[in-house]
Design a protein around this ligand. Structure first.
Ligand SMILES: Cc1cc2nc3c(=O)[nH]c(=O)nc-3n(C[C@H](O)[C@H](O)[C@H](O)COP(=O)(O)OP(=O)(O)OC[C@H]3O[C@@H](n4cnc5c(N)ncnc54)[C@H](O)[C@@H]3O)c2cc1C
Length: 476
């Protein structure tokens, strides 16, 4: 099979060569070491954005990630499902290049029959595809770079990006910054009250590193009924937990996954063009439906006698009683040795160290739009109100001019731009829209220089010497 993958890599190069038009780089350099675009996050979104820019001949790009090689994203870090939740035929990072699609990769690696038999792509396998993708494209990733802060040069307006690296702090100057920092990239994973009062180690979140071996023989409470809550509960039972009680606020188990409805070119391709009220109504409904556990995650625990499900049990209180955690709900009190929170994330730009200084100036939907009575949504209201190139807007014009150079490609872009950042399903339409927006911004900023270059353009296409005898006299 090694040869099939090698052949596929040759095919990737062949297809890119076939598609290589127009081939001329066009962004004027801005000086030694200055990037045209810095991308924060070497997960699928950051990688595909770099590839998309390269296809538009914007090559002076680098991807930064605080994680070491093999530690980026969620797939081999804290995701705990066995397979992707997304159907296997999804495309996205390939940006329309057939040889770069997940199907091409897995078919080359495992064979066509194996692909036909495959139900859904394994989560570790998805990361192996992304690693292959980054390798075959030679994408410029700088690992172990944590963005600490964003400044702006007084005169030129270049962004000054301050990174922590193993060898100390370093500064990188760039024209544009893309935040491809994932689900929690515009806020944080939620550790809501009253759980923030419990001792560390007694309350865990599905998005943190968990040593499940330490939960063997323990009684657990899992809060929430989303996919991650089920996946973490399953891993805990598989690691030998004595029992796991899932407490769910809703009275009925969510069953409908809006993402399956969203996987259509209409919504993915055109949500960004809707008027604000409709954007709000689509997204509020999607956020409120949330994602149910995929059938596979439910099947993993449903028949386990150690699993107990309690619906209609919103959390009223949480406290330590001796060595036990006690959680109070309208359905009674529940005790356990530890709690795993499947409470998701929130949007709050002030919680991001790299954005905190700017956060008060970033225009949010609650600053720009007032929903009709009864249609309020805290999560929608906290979403950044983005421009058509995914850039932040200032609440007060002139207060933070750097913001128009910072492009938000996290899950928080969903309201303004449709599903795009932090989603496999949204990449096919979202990444090209971001790339087009970045190119538009770069071109507009340099338009005068490009016009001057056009006016100065004097490369002769007709190089033949015109013989004198061909030039007839005017009088004749
Ligand atoms: C458990 C789980 C399962 C999911 N399953 C699916 C699914 O089946 N299908 C689907 O379509 N979507 C799924 N998603 C949603 C989404 O596709 C994933 O979150 C995916 O990882 C998003 O990719 P990304 O590149 O946008 O962000 P990430 O993969 O999260 O990558 C962001 C990167 O940014 C880096 N970073 C963040 N802050 C900084 C900083 N300050 N400095 C430097 N680096 C930084 C991080 O180290 C990380 O590597 C899932 C999400 C989760 C959490």
């Amino acid at each position: 099979m090694a040869t099939a993958l090698a052949e596929l890599e040759n095919e990737v190069r062949r297809q890119l060569a076939l598609l290589d038009y127009p081939a001329h780089p066009w962004v004027p350099p801005r000086g030694e070491g200055v990037l045209d675009v810095a991308i924060l996050g070497a997960g699928q979104t950051g990688l595909a954005t770099a590839f998309g820019l390269r296809r538009q001949k914007v090559d002076n790009v680098a991807i930064f990630d605080r994680a070491p090689p093999g530690g980026t994203g969620v797939w081999t870090t804290f995701a705990r499902m066995r397979t992707l939740r997304t159907p296997k035929h999804v495309t996205g990072p390939d940006l329309g290049v057939p040889a770069l699609t997940p199907r091409a990769f897995f078919t080359a690696r495992d064979g066509a029959e194996a692909w036909e038999r495959l139900h859904k792509i394994g989560r570790e396998d998805w990361q192996r595809y992304l690693d292959w993708y980054a390798g075959v494209l030679g994408l410029p990733v700088r690992h172990a770079h944590e963005l600490l802060g964003i400044g702006q040069e007084a005169a030129g307006g270049l962004l000054e990006l301050r990174f922590a690296t193993p060898s100390g702090e370093t500064m990188v100057r760039a024209r544009k910054l893309v935040l491809a920092t994932g689900m929690d990239g515009s806020g944080a994973w939620l550790l809501p009250p009253p759980f923030d009062t419990l001792p560390e180690g007694r309350v865990l979140h599905t998005a943190q590193a968990i040593d499940f071996a330490t939960l063997a023989g323990k009684r657990l409470i899992v809060v929430g009924a989303g996919a991650s809550a089920f996946d973490n509960l399953a891993v805990a039972l598989e690691a030998g937990a004595a029992g796991a009680t899932m407490l769910v606020r809703r009275r009925r188990m969510p069953r409908v996954n809006p993402f399956r409805w969203m996987e259509q070119a209409g919504y993915l391709g055109q949500h960004h063009a809707l008027p604000d009220l409709l954007k709000w109504r689509f997204t509020r409904h999607i956020f409120e439906l949330n994602q149910p556990p995929p059938q596979e995650s439910w099947d993993r625990v449903a028949d386990d006698p150690r699993f107990r499900l309690v619906m209609g049990a919103p959390i009223e209180d949480a406290r330590m009683v001796g060595e036990e955690v006690e959680i109070a709900t309208p359905r009674g009190a529940f005790r356990a040795d530890a709690v795993i929170l499947g409470t998701g994330f929130t949007f709050d730009l002030g919680l991001r160290p790299e954005l905190a200084p700017f956060a008060p100036q970033i225009r949010l939907w609650r600053d720009a739009f007032t929903p009709p009575a009864g249609e309020e949504s805290a999560l929608c209201g906290a979403s950044p109100y983005l421009s058509d190139d995914f850039a932040f807007q200032e609440k007060a014009p002139g207060a933070a001019p750097a913001l128009r150079h910072i492009h938000c490609m996290t899950y928080a872009a969903t309201l303004s731009m449709g599903l795009s950042g932090a989603s496999i399903s949204g990449m096919k339409h979202g990444v090209p829209r971001l790339v087009d927006g970045l190119c538009r911004a770069l071109w507009r900023e340099d338009a005068e220089a490009h016009l001057a270059a056009l006016r100065a353009y004097d490369v002769a296409e007709l190089t033949s010497t015109i013989p004198q005898e061909l030039l007839a006299d005017a009088a004749e």
